[in-house]
Design a protein around this ligand. Structure first.
Ligand code: SF4
Length: 216
């Protein structure tokens, strides 16, 4: 899992900084700047620095972005120099785009539809298992669509009635802001964790259920 080792190292540095402070100031923690310094002086900072422009270059398109990303990798982040601007994700409003229309259809050889992929993951969660996903289900349409497109396991679905209405009224974009009741099927979840970055919270599923990947 991407980034988990950084989280573990950051946790270790935090614990060490707190312990040092407790030792030095007789049980009172007032200054944790040592934690920041440790992170900046560690592999976390070095590795993140070398890939600091990785996402931004793909705004120039797949081929130009791919070429620059490779150069970045080869030069250890020295090229391109500087730090490309990127917007703060939380400051950009969610909107209904049409990018999903150009997604290639699954070929059933190398790529598969979402529910077939859930089956291949070996997920055998019973349908009536308690819901382990903490989420607001009455949300603006654009949020419901974002979750639907993001989730690799078809856990979130915009109701058919809404999609039919959109078709009759010239598309989904005109319905931005309308609130809908998103349909949630938690038993499909493959625990990828994406929803935790987009407004929900994942809790441990009953009995450790979830995907059970097997080598063929
Ligand atoms: S954790 Fe991943 S698979 Fe599970 S519901 Fe969220 S996005 Fe879907």
């Amino acid at each position: 899992l991407k980034g988990v080792h950084y989280a573990m190292h950051a946790g270790i540095y935090a614990a060490e900084a707190i312990y040092d402070q407790l030792k030095r100031s007789e049980g009172v923690v007032t200054d944790l700047s040592a934690y920041d310094a440790r992170v900046r002086d560690s592999a976390i900072d070095k590795e993140i620095y070398r890939s600091r422009n990785m996402r931004q270059v793909f705004s120039k398109g797949f081929f130009a972005g791919g070429a620059m990303a490779n150069l970045m990798e080869i030069t250890g982040g020295r090229f391109p120099a500087g730090h490309f601007h990127t917007e703060n994700d939380a400051e950009v409003d969610v909107f209904i785009g049409d990018r999903s229309k150009s997604y290639p259809k699954p070929d059933n050889e190398l790529t598969f539809d979402k529910l077939s992929s859930v089956f291949l993951s070996g997920n055998a969660t019973r349908d009536d298992a308690p819901n382990h996903i903490r989420i607001q289900e009455h949300v603006p349409l654009e949020v419901a669509l974002m979750w639907q497109n993001m989730c690799p396991a078809a856990v979130y679905q915009v109701p058919d009635e809404v999609l039919e209405r959109a078709e009759q009224n010239g598309g989904l974009a005109g319905m931005e802001g309308e609130t809908v009741d998103v349909q949630v099927t938690p038993s499909n979840c493959v625990q990828c964790g994406a929803i935790t970055a987009k407004g929900g919270r994942l809790t441990p599923p009953e009995g450790g259920d979830g995907p059970n990947y097997q080598l063929a």
